[in-house]
Ligand binder design. Structure first.
Ligand SMILES: [Zn+2]
Ligand SMILES: [Zn+2]
Length: 258
């Protein structure tokens, strides 16, 4: 058994659940602890399966309740030292739970191999991740403005991909954001557009890719229908039978077999 669910995703908060038979991980806790527990309850997952929380970077939509969750469940908080120094004030007292990881250095949580790697984003030390277990691989690439060669190399061979599809470029440019924010979002340190998500996937596509979950959609500059239809036409054009889903800010996805 190796499963995932995107519990919530978007600029108001992100959280992803990953589990093997006996190890559960929460990657980012950017929504309330109540939301996370409610989602786990609805998915039939006991809270006791959660063995660790990982924080990808210090932005509040990823770090919000990570400290509270570790204190509540008495479990370690995996975070990079730089991210911790920028988010300590958001996390509360976590001295007893801190486990520093370094970008590029793999580590184990229970029987799941966790592989953090640099993501191009406007944070102190932003990371994307792969999770590996039982010859399956989950790639998670959200909060990146640009897919480096490293990103592509790390995501190769993923059987399930959770991938940012933040904005439609036209909607962003013509939308309500201030010019500076438009520039930030579309820059190499911002967020991936629908078009860039397709560009990324086209470079890591292989027959074993079973599931694609589009995540971190902007509520102002994208719609789930638009993100879905542009990726769907790409997948159809290359005759991929990967299952496509769109994660939501307000609802968790079903449990997905990685
Ligand atoms: Zn984010
Ligand atoms: Zn961010």
């Amino acid at each position: 058994m190796f499963q995932t669910s995107v519990l919530a995703s978007g600029s108001r908060g992100n959280s992803i659940f990953v589990r093997s038979r006996d190890t559960g991980i929460i990657l980012d806790a950017g929504v309330s602890m109540k939301r996370i527990f409610n989602a786990l309850d609805e998915l039939g997952q006991p809270h006791s399966i959660i063995k660790a929380v990982i924080v990808s970077h210090e932005h509040t939509d990823h770090a919000r309740s990570a400290g509270a969750l570790c204190r509540k469940l008495n479990i370690p908080l995996f975070i990079s030292a730089d991210t911790y120094s920028y988010s300590a004030h958001k996390l509360g007292k976590v001295d007893d739970y801190l486990q520093y990881f370094e970008s590029g250095t793999d580590f184990m949580i229970g029987n799941i191999l966790v592989r953090p790697f640099y993501s191009s984003h406007d944070a102190a030390d932003s990371n994307n991740f792969c999770f590996e277990y039982d010859e399956r691989k989950l790639g998670v690439a959200i909060d990146l403005g640009f897919a480096h060669r490293l990103t592509l190399q790390k995501l190769q061979g993923s059987s399930t991909l959770i991938l940012e599809s933040n904005h439609d470029h036209e909607m962003l440019i013509n939308g309500p954001y201030e010019w500076q924010l438009k520039q930030r979002v579309s820059s190499n340190l911002g967020h991936l557009s629908n078009e860039e998500a397709i560009g990324l996937i086209s470079q890591v596509m292989h027959e074993g890719l079973k599931n694609v979950v589009l995540a971190h959609l902007s509520e102002q500059n994208n719609t789930p229908e638009l993100a879905y239809s542009s990726m769907k036409s790409y997948l159809e054009s290359i005759r991929s039978d990967a299952k496509l889903m769109v994660a939501s800010q307000d609802f968790h996805t079903p449990l997905i077999d990685i």
